[in-house]
Design a protein. Structure first.
Length: 218
């Protein structure tokens, strides 16, 4: 509630009715380090190849105007685990922490540049995704006091996973702590503004993202 009131107050202060995006008090992830974590996803190899191809094709280049660099792909991690559905989001993060501690998943580096894209097991969704009626979301947390960012992606068809993953990577990079780049006056994040607008990058179908320079999705 306090965060929502802050954004509403900021909108009125800067100029009610202005169209476009603005930067709040938060920062961005200037040099994203992308990790893909698959939990019993039968499309894991395919989706991993897709995301790597999109990143290599310049997917993050369109975020340069917001201070985000091209980023780097770190690794794909696989784990054959099962959870009772709907999946508890805290339990999922605890599982990720265990995999970090065991060396199965690389731990985040200091500086808060790591984004872990977590692909849920098939035939289920998380508690938060269910509550939000969403296919993905992103948030921040820590591992042994080191901050990192993550995105939950619901299992689904190849196109859905590619599009949702690209959507959440864009937003995690430009609004990692839910206090950075947002839309006037709806307070949507940059990929929310272009939801349903798709393009092909590196041979992969991904979501578009808002460009304040072009005042359009790209």
């Amino acid at each position: 509630m306090k965060r929502a009131l802050f954004w509403l107050l900021l909108w009125f202060i800067v100029g009610c009715g202005h169209t476009g995006v603005f930067k709040g008090p938060g920062g961005v992830i200037a040099n994203p380090r992308i990790h893909l974590v698959f939990w019993s996803d039968p499309l894991a190899d395919t989706i991993s190849g897709d995301i790597q191809a999109a990143l290599a094709g310049g997917m993050l280049d369109r975020l340069a105007e917001y201070g985000v660099g091209p980023g780097e792909f770190v690794a794909t991690h696989y784990a054959d685990v099962s959870f009772p559905a709907p999946y508890d989001d805290l339990a999922l993060l605890q599982e990720l922490g265990k995999e970090m501690d065991s060396g199965l998943v690389e731990t985040p580096l200091a500086g808060g540049q790591d984004i872990y894209v977590l692909f849920l097991p098939p035939a289920g969704t998380s508690v938060i995704l269910t509550a939000e009626h969403a296919s993905g979301y992103h948030a921040a947390t820590t591992h042994n006091a080191t901050p990192y960012y993550y995105a939950m992606v619901q299992s689904g068809p190849r196109l859905q996973e590619d599009v949702v993953a690209s959507h959440e990577i864009y937003e995690a990079a430009t609004d990692p702590d839910a206090a950075s780049w947002r839309n006037w006056p709806s307070l949507e994040e940059l990929a929310d503004m272009c939801e349903g607008d798709l393009e092909i990058i590196g041979g992969v179908t991904v979501e578009q993202v808002w460009s304040q320079v072009k005042l359009a999705c790209e």
